[in-house]
Write a protein that binds this ligand. Structure first.
Ligand code: ATP
Length: 306
């Protein structure tokens, strides 16, 4: 029996390794799934980035032909400015960010960066100039330093740490058992949603792209985490053309323009103050969210006094 138990243990070990390998592959496919048959046009040229101005002109898009998601959307993100997209769940906000990154091709209209249609340039050159902080960051099964350095593999240790500090995750990393060498991901330390998002922000700080897409996490974060992430994002988006996909409204107050999307069309647009005074969809979303936040705060106070 002794003789048998060793190989069985070994088989168990191999089995676990293979299973882990499969989860990694599944994750990879999850990532690839959002990228179907978009291919470079024959003779596609490199995107020539100047100031990094984005223009959506009469954009029509549907994932499947029966159901239009965007029905003629037009807006500009002038170079260095921040535009936020808000609206009810399912309105098509994240779709807009996927289209700018060209995960899908549109069925009508155009999307340009510095006057160049995203369909006319190579995907590599397009994605090189865009930094994406996604809703849900997938971490590699490697050290936290590796995960941050991924934004620019040539970055030095000091640069990695500086990026982590700006992203408000540096202090947290120092408390980990092996600091920057701590293994994270499925096989290592599991980070919370807010921590993962700050790793993604640190990565983006190292990449230093002229254009930034911030797809906010849908899930509610606690107020402190939200403030930390917000101040990290303010630093990265400063003087960069930034498109914010906002699932919460607290982050959009300072945007140069807020676009309110509903059923695939632009229902309202303007600054935070403009939209509040219009007393329409944005104002009602804002009031609802404020009430919800106040209720949460009150609940927390009651719990603390218990
Ligand atoms: P939320 O705030 O809930 O994240 P959203 O405004 O970002 O919503 P999108 O993710 O852009 O919404 O989705 C818009 C619509 O498109 C939704 O009805 C969604 O079900 C649909 N959709 C999203 N991705 C796909 C896909 N890959 N295939 C088919 N339909 C999709």
């Amino acid at each position: 029996l002794m003789q048998l138990s060793v190989p069985l243990n070994f088989i168990g070990f191999v089995y676990r390794e293979i299973r882990q390998g499969l989860t990694d592959i599944e994750q990879m496919f999850d990532l690839l799934e959002v990228e179907p048959e978009v291919v470079d046009r024959a003779g596609a040229t490199e995107l020539q980035i100047r100031q990094g101005a984005i223009a959506f002109k009469d954009v029509h898009f549907a994932y499947d032909p029966e159901r239009a998601i965007l029905k003629g959307i037009s807006f500009d993100v002038p170079a260095g400015k921040t535009v936020a997209i808000v609206g009810p769940s399912g309105a098509g906000k994240s779709t807009i960010s996927r289209l700018l990154y060209r995960f899908y091709d549109i069925q009508g209209g155009s999307i340009t960066i510095d006057g160049q249609d995203v369909r006319e340039v190579t995907q590599t050159s397009l994605r090189k100039v865009i930094g994406m902080v996604p809703q849900d960051t997938v971490l590699f099964n490697d050290t936290i330093a590796y995960n941050i350095r991924y934004g620019r593999p040539s970055a030095t240790e000091e640069e990695v740490q500086a990026a982590a500090d700006i992203a408000q995750i540096g202090t947290f990393i120092q408390t980990l058992p092996d600091g920057y060498e701590t293994k994270v991901g499925e096989r290592g330390l599991k980070l919370s949603g807010g921590e993962k998002q700050r790793v993604a922000i640190a990565r983006t700080i190292l990449k230093a792209p002229p254009i930034l897409i911030l797809d906010e996490a849908t899930s509610a974060l606690d107020t402190t985490t939200e403030h930390e992430i917000q101040s990290a994002l303010d630093v990265v988006s400063k003087n960069r053309t930034t498109l914010v996909i906002a699932h919460r409204l607290s982050t959009v107050i300072n945007a140069d323009e807020i676009i309110v999307l509903r059923h695939g069309t632009i229902a309202e647009r303007g600054s935070h103050a403009d939209l509040l005074s219009q007393n329409g969809l944005y104002a009602s979303m804002w009031n609802r969210q404020r009430e919800a936040t106040q209720a949460e705060e009150q609940l927390r106070k009651v719990r603390e006094n218990d």
